[in-house]
Design a protein around this ligand. Structure first.
Ligand code: RFL
Ligand code: PHB
Length: 390
């Protein structure tokens, strides 16, 4: 098989790039390890920034997002008994975020690729890129029991944190930066009315909690749990009890509980691999960087990589200009690190760290008090949350 751009990974990053390139007449093939149903069963991001939404529109796949997604102009931060609102729209001169599930936008992308006759191969095993430092890279893999080879001009690694792309870069050509947090998030999806029309990020001495949603009939809640906990340790009843405990009394009183339709634990990690290019391999999204979900940056950081990569590939194929490809890693990383800083800061501000000293706990109190005493500090939070410009 031969194509122009070989994309490893059919999550949101890989599919969005595939659809954008297709729109510009650039041939590409997506190789995905799992079935479509499996990819769509992973409940992840819910909050999209405008830059992401604009890319979905440019890719021609935003019709359902624009119809069913909810525009949010603010969210709340709860602490102790009270809660205060962060007016995203007012603080950013009119910017907002969209609440639309990663599952839904991935489904829209799969449907668009299928409608356009795009090649997305599922259940592909033993994917391995080769000759990345030459002008003729290729990818080998197994599909339907047969060994196959895909020749391409460029290989794009969109295969997430555990993928093969980053691991194909020689160790001495890659630098990794990492922080692992001593806790995870236990998430529950339930077919219940959300407790609040806006998201509530709650700080509590027993641990952080988040009230989020997918629609007015589908709620998504999270609580901070120790890394040693497993999903089996948490019955639905135990989850709802703990969540109520961590929310202000008036919010807890209004919480509608019900059976969980999905329950999972995600460990929290900050990670960046530099550079995001090795020869003709370019990394994008979770393959190159991970953030703790507190600032809702993960998928949005992936989208900014795709934005830079898409424009760089279009410049290469349509104008013979390789400047964008040559500067990709540097440009993408500059924005990635801002997302890292913000996600680390939101996580540090709102979580209970088992090992923190009395001094650090006082600093955390002061950080939150300062935030709500200063329009400039709130403005900084808001401009990061709605997404810095590409
Ligand atoms: P993905 O989604 O991990 O997709 C990678 C795909 O590659 C496939 N793959 C392979 N394919 C072929 N060969 C191999 N060897 C392969 N190895 C892996 C995988 O099967 C998969 O389909 O990466 P991508 O596309 O870069 O997308 C990144 C996002 O998924 C991620 O950043 C977000 O979900 C992070 N995130 C959030 N981001 C936001 O912007 N806003 C949010 O509100 C938000 N909330 C969250 C989140 C992540 C969470 N978890 C579970 C980590 C909430 C949570 C709880
Ligand atoms: C979600 O709805 O899954 C969600 C929302 C905001 C976050 C993280 C996750 O910061």
């Amino acid at each position: 098989m031969k194509t122009q751009v070989g994309i490893i990974g059919g999550g949101p990053s890989g599919l969005l790039l595939s659809q954008l390139l297709h729109k510009q007449g650039i041939a590409n093939v997506v190789l995905e390890k799992h079935t479509r149903e499996y990819v769509l069963s992973r409940i992840r991001a819910g909050v999209l920034e405008h830059g992401f939404a604009d890319l979905m529109r440019e890719a021609g796949v935003a019709e359902r997002m624009d119809r069913e997604g909810e525009i949010h102009d603010g969210f709340e931060i709860a602490d102790g008994g009270g809660r205060r609102r962060v007016d995203l729209k007012g603080l950013t001169g009119g910017k907002t975020v969209i609440v639309y599930g990663q599952t839904e936008l991935t489904r829209d992308l799969y449907d668009a690729r299928a409608a356009a006759g795009g090649t997305v191969l599922h259940e592909v095993d033993d994917v391995q890129p080769h000759d990345l430092e030459t002008d003729a890279p290729f990818i080998t893999f197994r599909h339907n029991g047969e060994n196959q080879r895909l020749d391409c001009d460029y290989v794009i690694g969109c295969d997430g944190f555990h993928g093969v792309s980053r691991k194909s870069i020689p160790k001495d050509r890659l630098r990794e930066f990492e922080r692992v947090y001593p806790f995870g998030w236990l998430g529950v999806l339930s077919r219940t009315k959300p407790v609040s029309p806006e998201l509530i990020y709650a700080r509590h001495e027993r641990g952080f909690a988040l009230c989020s949603l997918r629609s007015q009939v589908l709620s998504r809640y999270y609580i901070q749990v120790p890394l040693s906990d497993t999903v089996d340790d948490w019955s639905d009843d135990a989850f709802w009890r703990e969540l109520k405990h961590r929310l202000p009394a008036d919010v807890a009183a209004n919480l509608v509980t019900g059976p969980s339709i999905e329950k999972s634990i995600a460990p929290l990690r900050s990670f960046v691999a530099e550079p995001m290019r090795y020869g003709r391999l370019f990394l994008a999204g979770d393959a190159a960087h991970i953030v703790p979900p507190t600032g809702a940056r993960g998928l949005n950081s992936a989208a900014s990589d795709i934005y830079y990569l898409y424009h760089a590939l279009v410049d290469h194929y349509q104008k013979g200009d390789d400047g964008g490809l040559d500067r990709y890693s540097e440009k993408a990383l500059a924005r990635v690190w801002k997302g890292q800083r913000f996600s680390w800061w939101m996580t540090t501000l709102l979580h209970t760290f088992p090992e923190s000293s009395a001094f650090e706990r006082r600093l955390q109190d002061t950080d939150l008090a300062y935030l709500f005493s200063s329009e400039k500090a709130l403005g900084s939070l808001a401009e990061n949350y709605v997404g810095l410009p590409f």
